[in-house]
Design a binder for this molecule. Structure first.
Ligand code: AMP
Length: 307
């Protein structure tokens, strides 16, 4: 059951209080694939420029990432520069250079078209729609976006919402998109515009899964060292979607479990700079962290104790 992602393939330069990266491989599709492939093979659609260090992508290929939908075009790769605050709670985007993404028109290799699980990673909504048009029979489509696109392409984003099952955004994006500061109302605003579910990623406060009849919360894994929050949201999506693809189960109980796999992957992402947090991580490591989540939130009601 194939899992497809379209998204940015970037060179990231980030500064945190603990250090930084310069032109490190990143982007929504790369974080998604690096995390997701630990649990399930991932097909990637995207573009890199002539300056991209392809060795970094080849390393992903060795871990089960299919790069045959990645085009190399003449020109500069997508570049993103950001700086984090002292407590890593907020970040400022210093620069976004689209480079080859400005003229990219995704064309899916024929064997990607029957993907059952599709993640439209953060990228121009026009490209997200372009990919969705080529997928014949998806069982589940989830989508992310960013303030950058909410400001510049809101109409297309609203069009996209009508065609997806889950919108996965962070809290500030949910607020910005809906125009409502209350996160639960913002999630419901999204449900009113097409998707059956909203996932709101809340950084160190975990994530919410909201549907018409239920709300589920997963905390963030209690890490004592965090180095670089970049890509945690995409890694979350990679864990969530890869777990669903590997289990082929869209029941509410399984989607709750998928939230925990997402949170586990997010925690690996932030422990190191760039995608290095996934180096050497095995499915057993992920399962161990998922089990730790169960302990973290388990409690008994008074009446359970009396029984
Ligand atoms: P996250 O920390 O999960 O929000 O994702 C950060 C990643 O998103 C970085 O690796 C960036 O390269 C990528 N990114 C930042 N801005 C954009 C944008 N406007 N479009 C697509 N990808 C972006």
């Amino acid at each position: 059951m194939s899992l497809l992602v379209v998204g940015s393939i970037a060179l990231d330069s980030v500064a945190t209080p603990f250090g930084g990266t310069a032109d490190a491989p990143g982007g929504s599709a790369v974080f998604f694939a690096a995390a997701g492939a630990i649990l399930h093979p991932v097909q990637v659609v995207g573009v890199v420029g002539s300056d991209y260090p392809l060795g970094a992508l080849k390393a992903l290929e060795a871990r089960g990432v299919d790069l045959s939908g990645v085009e190399q075009a003449a020109g500069e790769s997508f570049r993103w520069k950001a700086k984090y605050s002292y407590d890593l709670q907020s970040r400022e985007t210093l620069e976004t250079r689209l480079g080859v993404f400005a003229d990219f028109r995704p064309k899916l290799p024929p064997r990607f078209k029957d993907a059952r699980y599709v993640f439209l990673g953060n990228i121009d909504p026009e490209l997200q729609l372009g990919v969705l048009d080529q997928v014949t029979q998806p069982a589940l489509v989830a989508c992310d976006t960013m303030n950058y696109w909410i400001h510049s392409k809101k109409d297309l984003l609203l069009e996209l919402l009508r065609h997806i099952d889950i919108l996965m955004v962070n809290d500030s994006e949910a607020r910005e998109l809906s125009g409502d500061w209350n996160i639960y109302r913002a999630a419901r605003w999204v449900l009113g515009h097409g998707p059956k579910m909203t996932v709101v990623k809340q950084g160190e406060h975990g994530a919410l899964l909201v549907s018409a009849d239920s709300t589920f919360k997963v905390p963030a894994y209690p890490l004592q060292e965090v180095f670089d929050p970049t890509g945690a949201g995409d890694a979350f999506a990679g864990g969530f979607m890869a777990y669903v693809a590997s289990t082929q189960d869209l029941s509410p109980a399984n989607l709750r479990r998928a939230m925990v796999y997402g949170a586990a992957m997010g925690s690996f992402a932030v422990e190191k700079f760039g995608i290095q947090g996934f180096d050497g991580v095995t499915p057993a490591d992920v399962r161990a962290r998922v089990r730790a989540f169960k302990d973290l939130v388990h409690f008994e009601l008074d009446e359970d104790r009396r029984r």
